[in-house]
Design a protein around this ligand. Structure first.
Ligand code: ATP
Ligand code: MG
Length: 421
């Protein structure tokens, strides 16, 4: 137990942190160029926020939340997603009083009691976007193009964008009734989850992964055929904008979210080779959420991208960057007497902005050279007892193999010059 982490969690070891930093840096660059600002909210919130903000009939709330009573007997939940928390922060800090729309992004860990497998963990990380205050389809197109830009910048190919409209509280009840009509005599054949969804949230039957349910939902009516005028023009507007921006998409009537505050646009980006975990990005409009959380009615839209799945896709396409741990200089003291001089040199090198390390293991000359080679280090600065006495250092160029005895005071200057060449 003590030497194994909890199921569904992962250590990100030094070997892979460079990949994470690369992805995070790409996120920051893309968000900056689209004029989105970062927001960091706590990893835990009042449970009530997620009950309201995600919805009690969703898988997340029904089965996946890490909920516990804290020592003050408040019900606390580790965030399973971040939209509700961003909306909470937007209201708490009156971000609506600033320039509109409010365009935010976040990066951070989320927690869900999911069934762990490749691309599915209990602690995982999302990069997400939320835009509050803008209702037209242009902002839907903007966030989709931001996601596409992010994937393109990483060089990923073979991603597919699916879009749909889930209507609004005006047109959805009509569709819902049609859908129930369609499923009524099929209910006994559906999975247990879908049997209970039939009354509570029938649209979610369409999105069930169970094969029998998928078969039985063939031929079900489509939301896009039942949209009211406003939702139709919003959806057409989005398609027009995406086409104008050269973004390919496929309309997928199965892409649903059954809650009242999810409205109009729903979308997903998939990378098929990830199999059952093929969704790398999921998003949509939630024009009813801010009011649901206690604010003035305010339109909103967002998406979340699973960073682990992005890394899996990068790995599959051999797009992970080469990460180097190379140093410019490795300082090699020979014998305990030389250690203080070596340490002083190391400090000076680092102060001058040179990447440097030294031997901390009292290794022999041979072992130190071997170690420096492994790094790799461009130069090794050797200080033996002779060098110590003469205020010198033996500088070895590890690429050419040449070495030169130089004054210790000149080392920083020489290295800086050498690196500039
Ligand atoms: P799935 O159908 O795969 O469970 P979801 O509908 O639960 O996905 P969202 O809530 O839309 O996913 O989250 C957005 C993205 O976060 C997903 O597209 C996926 O990339 C990632 N994600 C969701 N759950 C997990 C998880 N348990 N482990 C790793 N990534 C996840
Ligand atoms: Mg899920």
């Amino acid at each position: 137990m003590l030497t194994t982490g909890p199921r569904g969690t992962k250590d990100i070891l030094p070997d892979s942190c460079g990949y994470w930093q690369y992805v995070e840096q790409t996120i920051r660059e893309v968000c900056r160029s689209f004029a989105y600002q970062e927001i960091r909210t706590p990893v835990f919130e009042h449970t009530e926020l997620f009950l309201r903000g995600i919805g009690e009939t969703t898988d997340i709330v029904e089965k996946e939340m890490y909920t516990f009573a804290d020592r003050g007997k408040r019900s606390i939940t580790l965030r399973p997603e971040n939209t509700a928390a961003v909306v909470r922060a937007y209201l708490e800090h009156k971000l609506y009083a600033g320039p509109q729309p409010t365009k935010l992004f976040y990066i951070g860990p989320m927690f869900r009691y999911d069934r762990p497998q490749a691309g599915r963990y209990r602690q995982f990380h999302q990069f997400g976007i939320e835009v509050l205050g803008a209702k037209g389809p242009a902002v839907d197109a903007e966030i989709i193009s931001l996601a596409v830009r992010f994937f393109n910048k990483l060089g990923l190919n073979d991603l597919k964008l699916f879009i749909n409209s889930v209507g609004c509280p005006e047109c959805r009840p009509v569709y819902r009734a049609k859908l129930q009509e369609f499923f009524r005599d099929k209910v006994p054949n559906l999975c247990a989850d879908c049997q209970s969804r039939f009354d509570r949230n029938p649209m979610r039957i369409l999105d069930c992964k169970n094969e029998t349910c998928t078969t039985h939902s063939q031929g079900a009516p489509h939301m896009v055929d039942c949209l009211c005028e406003e939702c139709t023009s919003h959806f057409n507007g989005l398609k027009e904008l995406l086409t104008a921006a050269g973004i390919n998409f496929v309309t997928n009537p199965r892409l649903v979210r059954g809650l009242d505050y999810y409205t109009k646009t729903a979308f997903e980006i998939q990378y098929a080779p990830l199999g059952a975990q093929s969704a790398v990005c999921g998003g949509g409009r939630y024009d009813g959420l801010v009011a649901e959380c206690g604010g003035q009615p305010t339109p909103g839209i967002g998406f979340a991208i699973g960073i682990e799945r992005v890394l899996l896709a990068l790995e599959k396409q051999a797009l992970l960057p080469v990460i180097t741990s190379a140093v410019d200089v490795f300082v090699a003291p020979l014998g305990i007497k030389t250690q203080a001089a070596a340490f002083k040199l190391l400090t000076e090198l680092r102060q001058a902005g040179i990447t440097a390390d030294m031997d901390f293991m009292d290794r022999s000359l041979k072992a130190q050279m071997k170690y420096a080679n492994k790094y790799p280090a461009k130069f090794v600065a050797l200080i033996g007892e002779d060098e110590l006495e003469q205020d010198k250092v033996m500088l070895k160029n590890m690429e050419t193999g040449s070495q030169e005895l130089i004054n210790r005071a000149e080392l920083v200057h020489m290295i800086t010059e050498g690196m500039e060449k």
